[in-house]
Design a protein around this ligand. Structure first.
Ligand code: UDP
Length: 374
């Protein structure tokens, strides 16, 4: 009998396991996949750490979280600065003075501010009610049309008028010449990849891979006092209250016989016509834009295609619109009455968590849970 059975060896599960173990609890971690690390999993191809389930750039303002992850990995000094490609026109992201200069020829922050203000006024938006209105009120119609609309509709498969505005507020807008995508004090990628970091988190903890909890729930439940479930919450309850919408992502990964394909880790294709949302060139997460990267004669790229999740696909992003949030609320109520089970992570809480927020959530939760019976 274990104190905790942890379902899912992703970030939520691994951090929970570490905290429980360090508090002297016995822990078993299981995962449906044959690999640990969930969607932060990285694998080595051509001496490059490839982010198999999509690009992950660690960034946080939380010093406790930063110090926590640094126990398990050395972080490099990668700074995310994606480029947007709109029909061959290249723009800097996030939205900053380089973007505004390229879009409108404006040179000073005051000119940029006036331009945005003028476009917002012409659009007649006072209180943004959805992603489209929020985007226009933040950066104006030109940027919305060229850099946001197509990309967002490809990524989410819904019109921007039907999406919640918080999604676009993830991106900074600044009137400085600063291409750093994140407003975060701390940022980087684990040297040696995320899998290594998660393996270090799970050091000394029993992990069984290729085990599907939902296939044999009774057997697993009988093995532990408490269960931490990080899979989709609707699947846990047998879809009783309906199916939650997720976006899934498909990656077409290629090894190319050239040292440098696109000169940057991420290039977003923001037009509606290109079928993929972005291309990731994995080596640039590791080596920075210097000569070292070119020592590797080959490069690995992944084209990212977004689609609506259906049974059998991998869920990536919860679609937190009103309809789905209401379904989630019904599951949440059921979850709250299950005293034995803790639901956590992007899928367990149906929440568009970044990695740092995931860890923050586990640290909060474990302080409570492990404190309760201390
Ligand atoms: N977004 C956009 N154009 C871009 C990049 C992002 O319109 O070139 C919007 C899009 O709606 C996306 C959201 O900003 O869903 C959040 O982007 P982020 O990079 O945070 O998404 P993630 O990396 O988590 O997929």
């Amino acid at each position: 009998m274990y104190d905790f059975l942890i379902v899912g060896a992703g970030l939520y599960g691994a951090v929970f396991a570490r905290q429980a173990r360090d508090a002297g609890k016995s822990v078993l971690v299981i995962d449906r996949r044959d690999t640990i690390a969930g969607n932060v999993y990285t694998e080595e191809i051509e001496r490059i750490h490839v982010h198999r389930y999509g690009a992950h750039i660690f960034h946080t303002n939380n010093k406790e979280v930063w110090e926590y992850v640094n126990r398990f990995a050395v972080f490099n000094r990668f700074t995310n600065s994606p480029v947007a490609n709109y029909h061959g026109e290249l723009y800097s992201l996030p939205f900053n003075m380089y973007t505004f200069n390229r879009m409108w020829g404006v040179v000073t922050p005051e000119e940029a501010r006036e331009k945005i203000e003028q476009q917002r006024r012409e659009a007649g938006i006072t209180e943004p009610k959805n992603l489209e209105e929020q985007a226009i009120s933040l950066v104006g119609t030109d940027i919305y049309e060229k850099l946001i609309k197509g990309y967002t509709e490809k990524q989410w498969g819904r019109p921007c008028t039907e999406l919640p505005s918080f999604i676009i507020r993830r991106l900074p807008v600044r009137l400085t010449f600063d291409n750093n995508y994140f407003n975060a004090l701390y940022q980087g990628i684990p040297v040696g990849g995320y899998t290594k970091m998660v393996r270090n988190m799970l050091d000394g903890i029993e992990v069984r891979l290729g085990e599907d909890y939902l296939q044999n729930r009774e057997k697993w439940d009988a093995m532990a006092q408490r269960v931490v479930y990080t899979g989709p919450i609707d699947a846990y309850f047998g879809y009783q209250k309906g199916t939650l919408a997720y976006r899934s992502v498909r990656f077409e990964t290629e090894v190319l016989d050239m040292p440098n394909f696109q000169g940057n880790a991420a290039v977003n294709y923001t037009d509606r016509e290109t079928p993929y949302t972005r291309i990731i060139e994995h080596k640039w997460f590791e080596f920075g834009k210097d000569a070292q990267g070119n020592d590797l004669p080959k490069t690995v790229i992944s084209r990212e295609y977004s689609s609506e999740w259906k049974v059998g696909d991998e869920p990536y992003y919860p679609v937190n619109d009103e309809k789905n949030n209401a379904i989630y609320a019904a599951y949440r109520e059921m979850a709250d009455s299950q005293k034995k089970v803790i639901f956590g992570g992007r899928l367990g809480e149906y929440k568009y968590y970044d990695m740092d927020k995931t860890i923050e959530a586990v640290l909060d939760r474990t302080r409570q849970v492990l404190g309760e019976d201390a």
